[in-house]
Write a protein that binds this ligand. Structure first.
Ligand code: TA6
Length: 304
């Protein structure tokens, strides 16, 4: 491990803004500290576990019980869900939300950008282990830019001979002062699948307040959130977190509430009060079909 960290720093460290170190449970992680913000990314899963603009509180929620076990999902931050969202369509024994979030990514490049932000580029390709789960050739590139905003771009490339179908999500956990003192704008008038009510299709008639378990997939949101603001208004922390998205026409809103929170070993019983997931997704009918050589980019910009 120390050798890996040493080699990564020799090749990719950026003086006074990006370096590699041994993280929780010995997993390698990237620390970014620049004039504008700080962030932390684990190579396992290309998983952003912290983002904090200078002078602000953390924007992402991390579970204090997150396990950081090799090849296990990390609870909180921004899990990279790919190449399917939710349970595998046919084989329920395959990992929920795909395998990108439990695989170690490779470092491609690091850049100090002129606007004082810092960029980390990670890459993942098919391996015998991924082929066993999903028999396709692919190249996945993840670009993470840390500045006053956090920009995440996930680009899928079909490097095989057949058309592939990909789903996924940037499954962001946002930190809130108290779930009872927030509302979410930007999804007004959109239909959604209520995953807690037999997947019934419903319509959002007002701003979203969360007073119980919520697990909804909203559709046709690409324009709204690129043009307008899809945002969390937090009356306790007196801040607004905005999320702009491209390459996505499906947005997932999730809060496990009390019962589900208690049922998850890596989630504190009352953790649901301090978080909400707003996920930039390609889910259900919003999956994308890539012909050989084609690419698709799913991206989100998070800011205050
Ligand atoms: O956020 C939507 C969702 O699919 C929920 O149904 C819930 O399962 C959540 O993801 C977390 O999934 P995970 O596999 O990370 O426990």
């Amino acid at each position: 491990m120390a050798h890996q960290i040493e080699a990564l720093n020799a090749q990719f460290a950026l003086p006074e803004q990006l370096w590699f170190q041994t993280g929780e449970n010995g997993l390698p992680k990237v620390q970014i500290d620049n004039k504008l913000a700080s962030a932390e990314i684990y190579l396992q899963g290309g998983h952003i576990t912290a983002f904090q603009p200078r002078g602000n509180k953390p924007v992402l929620w991390m579970s204090p019980l997150a396990q950081f076990q090799r090849n296990k999902a990390i609870r909180g931050g921004v899990p990279i869900i790919w190449p399917w969202f939710g349970p595998h369509a046919i084989d329920k024994h395959k990992p929920q939300h795909g395998f990108a979030r439990t695989t170690e990514w490779q470092v491609n490049a690091t850049k100090a950008l002129p606007d004082s932000s810092t960029q980390l580029q990670l890459q993942m390709q098919d391996t015998p282990a991924t082929q066993a789960l999903w028999p396709h050739a692919f190249e996945l590139n993840l670009s993470i830019t840390v500045g006053t905003e956090l920009k995440i771009e996930l680009t899928s490339r079909n490097t095989g001979e057949q058309t592939i179908t990909i789903g996924g999500a940037l499954h962001s956990y946002f930190a809130v002062g108290d779930i009872g003192q927030i509302h979410i704008d930007g999804l007004l008038g959109h239909n959604y699948i209520d995953q807690l009510d037999s997947n019934r299709i419903k319509r959002q008639h007002e701003a979203i307040h969360i007073r119980q378990e919520v697990d909804r997939i909203y559709f046709d949101t690409e324009d709204t959130c690129t043009e307008g603001i899809c945002a969390i208004f937090d009356a306790k922390l007196l801040r607004q977190i905005y999320i702009k998205r491209t390459g996505s026409r499906s947005t997932v809103i999730w809060n496990p509430w009390e019962k589900k929170a208690k049922a998850m070993a890596d989630f504190p019983d009352n953790g649901y009060r301090q978080m909400v997931c707003i996920e930039t997704a390609n889910a259900v009918d919003d999956v994308r079909h890539l012909a050989p050589g084609e690419t698709h980019t799913l991206s989100q910009i998070i800011g205050l």
